[in-house]
Ligand binder design. Structure first.
Ligand code: CA
Length: 172
């Protein structure tokens, strides 16, 4: 799981980065909108954590730019701005979720899992069992929305022995 973090507050970026690394995630950090957008387009991240207030291009414009290029990447916006109208605007511009600073790291991790669950649930064809989702197209396994790395043999065993698997509904 590769997370792109676009945040100009160095101390906060470091805290988030360390927490994500401890969770076994790969993290790329960018501190401005322009290089962040480039990293989102070229770096193939699985999810973007995007600060609203950045020194050059605002996070909301980065979000809009990604969506206008049909980049279907999960985006969680983080911001010190508070207010329902900001949240609505963030979501309307294509963010998948929105967190107001300061936030608890546990909450950020829970949001990441939730957004990834929704995102991977849209991939078809999938088999699911509890928190485990198998994606046959990708030959990938997700647990709580996070990728699980298996060898081909392990994947085959899981695929053939998974109990009572059921098809997920198609993507919306
Ligand atoms: Ca900022």
């Amino acid at each position: 799981m590769h997370i792109l973090l676009i945040e100009d507050e160095k101390a906060l970026a470091r805290v988030i980065e360390v927490e994500l690394l401890l969770q076994g995630m790969q993290v790329t950090v960018r501190s401005d909108g322009k290089s962040g957008l480039a990293a989102a387009l070229d770096g193939n991240p699985d999810l973007v954590i995007l600060d609203w207030m950045l020194p050059d291009v605002e996070g909301i414009h980065v979000c809009r730019a990604l969506r206008s290029q049909k980049v279907d990447l999960p985006i969680i916006m983080i911001t010190a701005r508070q207010g329902v109208s900001d949240e609505v605007r963030g979501l309307e511009e294509g963010a998948d979720d929105y967190l107001v600073k300061p936030f608890d790291m546990e909450l950020l991790l829970a949001r990441i899992r939730a957004v990834m669950r929704r995102s991977t649930a849209g991939l078809a064809p999938c088999l699911s069992c509890g928190s485990i989702v198998l994606n046959d197209d990708e030959h990938a396994v997700y647990r709580d929305g996070l990728p699980v790395h298996l060898t081909n043999k392990e994947y085959d065993i899981l695929h053939h022995t998974g109990p009572d698997t059921g098809r997920l509904p198609p993507a919306h």
